[in-house]
Design a protein around this ligand. Structure first.
Ligand SMILES: CC(C)(COP(=O)(O)OP(=O)(O)OC[C@H]1O[C@@H](n2cnc3c(N)ncnc32)[C@H](O)[C@@H]1OP(=O)(O)O)[C@@H](O)C(=O)NCCC(=O)NCCS
Length: 190
């Protein structure tokens, strides 16, 4: 299992774990509950009726397709998940969820997103990452803009769009590294 670690200045430990099947099964009830919450499903294009088996299938298919899913923990408590999907030779697509409304808006999404981008650019040596946020998803767009993403309407970027209701953005490795210099060295990969 790959594990990303980032000790923050306030003493909290942010950990992102690429889970095996047993770890997915352990956390599937919380993940399914969060995926099915209206506020999350509407922003992630989810069906709203994912079962525990659907969660396990999602993680298995992600890994089988060359993607990387991570469970996100703060001081050992699960708070959400994130992944790199549609992984190609030098690019991938990024998605993230902070599950509970009580833990949203406190900087967790931004911190975990930064960690997986360090993994993607520094450790996997990808060149570019794409996102396809819904037009109304202001929170994730702000998160992505702060990481260094810019609008990208190229055919390659639009190929990541699941429907017309999304904008497409991308970020390159040098831009991410210049925008997030501390994280590049501080995030540990185990
Ligand atoms: C989008 C999401 C991952 C953001 O994570 P978070 O921990 O809540 O957000 P953060 O606290 O890290 O804040 C990130 C940015 O969003 C802004 N933000 C957070 N909540 C917001 C809200 N309700 N409305 C507008 N902006 C918001 C923050 O101000 C911050 O921007 P800033 O740095 O310019 O101030 C989280 O809200 C989530 O999981 N939403 C549901 C699933 C989803 O939309 N996933 C993305 C699609 S793949």
């Amino acid at each position: 299992m790959k594990r990303l670690r980032w000790w923050r200045r306030d003493g909290r430990l942010f950990e992102a774990i690429e889970p095996d099947g047993a770890t997915v099964t352990e956390h599937a009830p919380a993940l399914a509950r969060w995926y099915n919450t209206k506020e999350n499903a509407s922003m992630m294009g989810g069906s709203g009726d994912m079962t525990l088996d659907d969660v396990a299938t999602f993680y298995r298919e992600l890994a089988d397709g060359g993607g990387h899913g991570f469970l996100c923990f703060v001081d050992g408590l699960l708070v959400g998940d994130m992944d790199l999907r549609s992984v190609r030779a030098s690019s991938a697509e990024f998605a993230v969820m902070i599950g509970a409304s009580t833990t949203k808006g406190r900087g967790l999404g931004r911190t975990f997103a930064t960690m997986i981008h360090v993994f993607a650019f520094r450790d996997l040596r990808l060149a570019r990452i794409y996102v396809q946020p819904k037009r109304e998803n202001i929170a994730v767009q702000r998160l992505e803009l702060r990481l260094g993403y810019t609008l990208d309407d190229s055919p390659e970027a639009r190929s990541h769009a699941d429907d017309d209701d999304v904008i497409t953005m991308s970020i390159t490795s040098p831009v991410f590294r210049a925008t997030n210099p501390d994280a590049w060295f501080a995030v540990e990969l185990e």
